[in-house]
Ligand binder design. Structure first.
Ligand SMILES: CC(C)(COP(=O)(O)OP(=O)(O)OC[C@H]1O[C@@H](n2cnc3c(N)ncnc32)[C@H](O)[C@@H]1OP(=O)(O)O)[C@@H](O)C(=O)NCCC(=O)NCCS
Length: 146
């Protein structure tokens, strides 16, 4: 598996995986616009020409938000998400970011287990944050020193 920064050859496969995984997927245009955003950092996992997963973030003044993370069902439970987040954190450290925050559906046990394994801690809750279906978001955060 190769982990690298997103470029425009990845956008179509990311949009398809968004549709497969989420009820409110990002459009191809929205994903593409991240390529021109200096605040954005997206890492993809590639198995040859095939996209296994991706993680997207934006950062300002040393604080980053993880906006989306997905691994294709054919590649789950192989450590791809864990590697994606580790790779993202390595690259954020190079930008002197020291903190990564994310929201996750309160019922998303696989993702919450992943974040717990990587030492994210719960710092808050947003009632009714998600729609389709309506659900609370847990706010999780991981901090480090550079
Ligand atoms: C959540 C998701 C990204 C995990 O991807 P993955 O590549 O399968 O995860 P990994 O193989 O790196 O798993 C790392 C750890 O996460 C936890 N984990 C992952 N999937 C899990 C599952 N289905 N059930 C319980 N724990 C799980 C485990 O602790 C696992 O470590 P282990 O294998 O040593 O037990 C993937 O299931 C996915 O894409 N889900 C749909 C999209 C989504 O929910 N994204 C997150 C939005 S906040």
């Amino acid at each position: 598996m190769e982990y690298c920064l997103m470029d425009n050859t990845h956008v179509g496969q990311i949009a398809k995986l968004e549709m497969l995984c989420f009820s409110d997927p990002w459009s191809e245009n929205s994903i593409s616009s991240e390529l021109g955003n200096p605040l954005s950092l997206w890492v993809v996992a590639m198995d040859g020409e095939c996209l296994a997963g991706y993680v997207g973030s934006q950062s300002v003044m040393g604080w980053a938000d993880m906006m989306n993370l997905a691994v294709h069902p054919d590649y789950r439970r192989m450590g791809v998400a864990e590697n994606l987040i580790q790779q993202l954190i390595c690259r954020l450290k190079e930008k002197e970011v020291t903190c990564l925050t994310l929201e996750v559906r309160a019922s998303n046990t696989p993702a919450i287990s992943l974040y717990n394994k990587l030492d994210f801690v719960e710092v808050g809750r947003r009632p009714g944050y998600y729609h389709n279906p309506k659900e609370d978001a847990l706010i999780l955060r991981k901090e480090w020193t550079v």
